[in-house]
Design a protein around this ligand. Structure first.
Ligand code: M6R
Length: 600
């Protein structure tokens, strides 16, 4: 939820810390700060509430000694403590000789704080991370070596961390990770560490992903160890995200770019998966047991993608699938032969990671991870990983990653059904042919949406609440449309099965209430809508010919495909974005949110 970066370069560290922080800002944007080693062996710490721009404006005011090439930076999404400069990272020890940035949660921060305070340490903030700076100081006073002090301090912590520690007197830089992502890399400009490869992708070609418990000193040689003893470094992996993929280009915002990229993303995924669907090879390549029953876990948009995939598995293959909101998974009881499928764009969502521990690990059920981050904590814990290949998604609102989760999930589900004999190859081939038409259908949907929605959205700026209705395969899309609208516009939005309306929610409808309908041609829908129209609702139907936003082109076969009206997600995304623009909202960084939610 926060972002961290560290660098050790021959040129001024701010030349890397600031652009890196800007690329990390989508991870949290309540406050930001840097600590940079100075030529006199001190640490210059600069912090600001708000965005990176505010921090940047403060920098010319620095009147202390010259800053050199070693530094750390942080952008915060507040969990412990209010959004204030005192609570912003970096956090210092008592003497200001040690400075630290941290992502994660320290579960035993309260008891450690009490112990350290009793020993005379003075705290500046209420943030759990500050405890680590004082613990390192405490250990350093005894051990006299930064790396040893960091390792010793970490043995006292319970919780999760990705952190970087800078020492003023020596300019040494030590990073560590445990249940929170961190990568290190060396490139022609120097050494880097970051919680997200996007921050440093411009400067490095390969990176190494820290394992739980790893500690690394960024020195002339990168010195790797665990908490107890030296360790070999993990293999370097190519940094697959090019600098261009994390830049806006000609777009106004990343959400616009990412909505636009969806036809290409769909084409790429279908090219990769297509041949292995019909012969079951996508599934068999995962090395998992035959498909019998499935338990899916996810949150937010990923949960909606899970609903689409679960519906297809039930509908096409008769596979029993349960789907849990990851934060509530304690309620589930798993049967034998259950495969756990965790869906998470980031692969770092704390609710998902905890659910996986409580469900898959406890029951011995194999775990399949569907994620856009194959280096993530979730991917490292899984028995098999399916990469969603959406490329970096910078806007906080998930768009192309939803599409990629749906298509990758649909592809592996169909392949699994073929492999276990629940889907014959003729039908599988017909379904793949239909899937292959999706990139064009999505492109057409985008054209239609961009033509029609600005006018429609302009009429809706005064509406305080929105209903989203659908039936059957359209329900996950209605839920996704309502989530996007809430997230982007800060207006109330609720999705319902259209048939459920008469059982209560119809009371919300009055003249002018916006009702967005995902109409996939279900014959019961007109009856449901008549009741809404009779009460004067402002109805906007998204569906086939005759709808206000006609994005579902006719198909050769009757009824919706087993993945439902996927094309409708495009106008739903465009509606949320267009309305948010009209309301003057921050499209890529909606209030109170962050891209990757690493707290439960
Ligand atoms: O990284 P994940 O897919 O696990 O994230 C889950 C949700 O936090 C995420 O989908 C969230 O709902 C999106 N911001 C919605 O646009």
């Amino acid at each position: 939820m926060c972002g961290i970066i560290a660098c050790r370069t021959p040129v001024p560290a701010l030349e890397f810390l600031l652009p890196g922080l800007r690329r990390l800002e989508y991870r949290g944007y309540d406050s930001a700060g840097v600590a940079v080693h100075t030529t006199t062996g001190a640490i210059a710490r600069l912090r600001a509430v708000g965005r990176i721009e505010t921090l940047q404006k403060r920098l010319p005011g620095w009147a202390g000694p010259d800053l050199d090439g070693v530094g750390i930076g942080h952008t915060r999404w507040a969990t412990h403590g209010a959004v204030t400069e005192q609570n912003a990272h970096p956090h210092n020890d008592c003497s200001g000789r040690i400075s630290l940035v941290h992502n994660g949660i320290i579960d035993n921060a309260g008891e450690l704080r009490a112990e350290l305070a009793a020993a005379g340490h003075v705290f500046e903030s209420v943030v759990d991370s500050e405890v680590i700076a004082h613990l390192v100081e405490d250990r350093f006073d005894e051990l006299g070596d930064l790396r040893a002090a960091v390792r010793a301090a970490l043995t006292r912590l319970r919780g999760s961390w990705a952190l970087a520690v800078l020492q003023g007197t020596t300019g040494r830089l030590v990073v560590a990770a445990h249940r929170s992502p961190l990568v290190v890399a060396r490139g022609e400009h120097g050494d880097f560490a970051a919680s997200d490869p996007a921050a440093i992708t411009e400067w490095v070609e390969h990176l190494r992903v820290l394992r739980d418990g790893d500690v690394v000193e960024l020195a002339d040689e990168h010195r790797w160890s665990g908490l107890e003893a030296p360790l070999a470094a993990p293999p370097a992996v190519p940094c697959t995200w090019s600098a261009e993929t994390v830049q806006l280009g000609d777009y106004r915002d990343f959400m616009a770019k990412e909505i636009d990229q969806q036809p290409q993303v769909a084409a790429r995924i279908l090219d990769e998966l297509g041949p292995g669907i019909v012969d079951g090879a996508v599934w068999t390549g995962l090395g998992l047991p035959p498909l019998r029953r499935i338990h899916m876990l996810a949150c937010g948009t990923s949960l909606h993608a899970g609903q689409v995939i679960a519906g297809l598995l039930r509908r096409v293959g008769g596979i029993p699938v349960t789907l849990s909101v990851a934060s509530e998974v304690d309620e589930e009881i798993l049967e034998a032969d259950t495969l756990t499928v965790a869906i998470s764009q980031s692969g770092e969502t704390a609710d998902v990671l905890r659910a996986v521990e409580g469900s898959s690990a406890a029951s011995g059920s194999p775990l399949l991870a569907l994620t856009n981050n194959p280096h993530s904590t979730l991917a490292r814990r899984a028995d098999a990983v399916l990469s969603c290949s959406a490329g970096p998604e910078i806007a906080v609102a998930a768009t192309k990653t939803f599409l990629s989760q749906v298509l990758t999930g649909v592809g592996v589900a169909l392949s699994g059904l073929v492999a276990c004999g629940r889907l014959d190859t003729t039908r599988a081939r017909a379904l793949v042919t239909e899937l292959d038409a999706l990139p064009d259908r999505l492109a057409t949907a985008a054209l239609t949406a961009n033509q029609l929605l600005p006018t429609l959205a302009a009429e809706l700026t005064q509406a305080s609440g929105f209903l989203f209705l659908a039936r059957g395969t359209g329900l996950p899309y209605a839920a996704e449309g309502a989530l996007k609208l809430k997230e982007l516009t800060y207006r109330w939005a609720q999705s319902y099965p259209a048939g459920e309306l008469k059982h209560g929610p119809l009371a919300l409808v009055e003249a002018g209430t916006p009702v967005i309908v995902i109409d996939d041609g279900d014959p019961r829908m007109p009856g449901n809508l008549a009741a809404v129209q009779a009460r004067g609702a402002r109805m906007i139907s998204i569906g086939g010919p005759g709808c206000a936003v006609p994005v579902i082109l006719p198909r050769a076969t009757a009824g919706p495909p087993p993945w439902g009206p996927l094309e409708t997600v495009v106008p739903l995304q465009v509606l949320a974005r267009t309305l948010a623009l009209a309301l003057g909202r921050d499209i890529d960084k909606p209030r109170n949110l962050a891209k990757s939610v690493t707290v439960e």
